[in-house]
Design a protein. Structure first.
Length: 129
């Protein structure tokens, strides 16, 4: 993991990492699905596969993650967050990234989240065009 404690958070919130996603990476519960989405993006930027797996709902969680070290994350835009009910939400986002020296690409997804015992979890996502 890169040292980011005093740096601006990788989720591009303009807050310091320790006051933003760093708290969630250290074990604090996300207040809502959008905050967890931002923390998951920051975890991809920082290579925090343990956080990604622990924030993935057990019903859909993969056995492991192969973090591609050649991927460079370029930015996140949370387009909207929809509370479906008190324990279910969706977050639409666009994440920009580059693999190796290739062209920048976009991941546009509508993600499903569930809250269990006061903690939000990523369940699944639908890729949007």
């Amino acid at each position: 993991m890169r040292a980011v404690n005093s740096a601006v958070c990788p989720c591009r919130s303009a807050k310091q990492y320790t006051a933003c996603c760093g708290r969630l990476h250290a074990g604090a519960a996300a207040p809502d699905a959008a905050a967890l989405m931002r923390a998951r993006y920051a975890a991809y930027v920082l290579g925090l596969s343990d956080f990604l797996l622990s924030s993935w709902h057990v019903s859909t969680r993969p056995a492991g993650l192969d973090m591609d070290r050649g991927t460079r994350w370029l930015g996140l835009q949370v387009r909207r967050s929809i509370d479906l009910d008190p324990t279910h939400a969706q977050v639409e986002f666009v994440a920009r990234y580059r693999v190796g020296g290739g062209s920048a690409m976009r991941l546009h997804e509508l993600s499903d989240f569930v809250c269990e015992d006061g903690r939000w979890f990523y369940v699944s996502g639908q890729i949007l065009s």
